[in-house]
Every structure is written in structure tokens, then in C-alpha cells.
Design a protein around this ligand. Structure first.
Ligand code: ATP
Length: 154
């Protein structure tokens, strides 16, 4: 079904902001829709926002924008960051960056592997830009499939 990504993202940001009592800023210029499954998109948002909350103590910024060919979702935190040599492995099942820094935050190391599966289901990509002690931005790109053109010939 056609999902209103802007509306769903705003709702998720508001709900998680309230329940974790943390500031989450949502930046979007226009309504963006794409074809996908609503519960999967919500789960993707939940995983990325919950991680941003868990691994930072400051405000979180969510941006949603489009170039008409694809939509981009960015979730930025000013938290502990992720070592450069682990920025690919974190998307694997059960992978967690160094157990001791993670001990207090718990977790199974499954969230990001599920996030990646969901993004692949949308035929998109996910990666992270991050610096230790500065923060992390998770960047999701999802193609906006054009509606099938009806051929006037043949
Ligand atoms: P859970 O499955 O409960 O979410 P988790 O947070 O350990 O547990 P993932 O979401 O898969 O699992 O994340 C994998 C690892 O990547 C985390 O253990 C953490 O080390 C690192 N990580 C994920 N998101 C962030 C973030 N926003 N900032 C810093 N590190 C992160």
C-alpha cells in the first residue's frame, strides 16, 4: 500500500519522544509517500530511534527528504559513536560493539540486522556515518517506484 512516510515518521517521533521523555526534532518539507508495508516501516523507525535514544543523552534529529527518485531518512544522535572498523558489522545478527561499553544498555544485537532486512524488503539501502564521541547518523534510502506507465502502443 501507499504509505505516507512523513506522517508515520512524525507520529513515531512524537510517540517515542513522549514515552522516553527525550527531545526528538523532526524535519521534513513535504509529504512523501512510497509503496510498502506500514508495520515494517514503523518497526524500522522504532529500531533506529530507540538506538539513538539508548546510545546518546542529547537531542535527536530526524530528517526526511526526497529527490523524487528516492526518499532519504536520516536519524542523527550526538552520542557515543561507532568505531569506523565496526560500522558494517553492526548490521549483522547478534553483533554488538564491545560488550563492556554496552553492558548497561543491554540489548541483543538484533535490532540493526532486522532494520537492514526491512530496508532490503523496500529495495533500499542503509548505512551509518559516525565518529567516536561525536555521534552517529543512520541513513536509509528507499527508491520511490513510479507507477507503471500504461503503454499507448501495441
Ligand atoms: P537490540 O537488538 O536490543 O537493539 P542492540 O542495540 O545491541 O540490541 P543493534 O540495534 O543491532 O543491537 O545494534 C548493534 C550495535 O551497534 C549495538 O550493540 C551498539 O554497539 C551499536 N549501535 C547501534 N546504534 C547505535 C547508535 N545510535 N550509537 C552508537 N552505537 C550504536
Amino acid at each position: 500500500t501507499e504509505l505516507n512516510a512523513t506522517e508515520i515518521t512524525q507520529e513515531a517521533a512524537e510517540r517515542l519522544s513522549r514515552s522516553f521523555n527525550r527531545d526528538i526534532h523532526f524535519v521534513a518539507k513535504e509529504p512523501i509517500s512510497f509503496l510498502g508495508q506500514e508495520d515494517l516501516f514503523k518497526q524500522l523507525l522504532f529500531i533506529l530511534i530507540e538506538n539513538a535514544i539508548k546510545y546518546s543523552k542529547k537531542d535527536i534529529v530526524i530528517r526526511l527528504y526526497t529527490n523524487q527518485k528516492s526518499l532519504t531518512l536520516e536519524i542523527e544522535d550526538k552520542g557515543i559513536g561507532i568505531p569506523e572498523n565496526e560500522q558494517t558489522a553492526i548490521f549483522e545478527r547478534f553483533y554488538r560493539v564491545s560488550e563492556d561499553r554496552n553492558r548497561e544498555s543491554g540489548g541483543s544485537g538484533l535490532g540493526l540486522s532486522i532494520a537492514k532486512k526491512i530496508v532490503e524488503q523496500f529495495e533500499g539501502t542503509i548505512h551509518v556515518q559516525s565518529k567516536i564521541g561525536v555521534g552517529s547518523t543512520f541513513i536509509v534510502n528507499i527508491p520511490l517506484r513510479p507507477f507503471k506507465e500504461v503503454s499507448l502502443h501495441d
